[in-house]
Design a protein around this ligand. Structure first.
Ligand SMILES: [Zn+2]
Length: 86
């Protein structure tokens, strides 16, 4: 079985993409059709993750950071636990 530079076979990567990246894909994406992968890089032995997945992961990260910042500011301002500015 051919190992890739990230030490995962194509089958393993395929499984990972379905488990971890597909949920982030846009169902109406014209590139990956909601699957989350764009193509296979023969030279690297690696799947390309679709841009829509990257965008959604980045967006989720930013939302989470915003929530944490808001939470921190609310605690500093003395709002009771569980309450935040809105
Ligand atoms: Zn896509």
């Amino acid at each position: 079985m051919k190992q890739t530079y990230i030490n995962k076979t194509r089958e393993e990567q395929d499984k990972e993409i379905r488990e971890y990246f597909k949920p982030y894909a846009n169902e109406d994406c014209k590139v990956c059709f909601g699957v989350g992968q764009r193509g296979w890089l023969v030279d690297l032995g690696q799947y390309l993750i679709c841009e829509c997945v990257m965008r959604n992961i980045e967006l989720e990260k930013r939302i989470k950071e915003d929530e944490e910042r808001l939470e921190k500011l609310s605690r500093e301002a003395g709002l009771p636990e569980g309450e935040v500015f809105c």
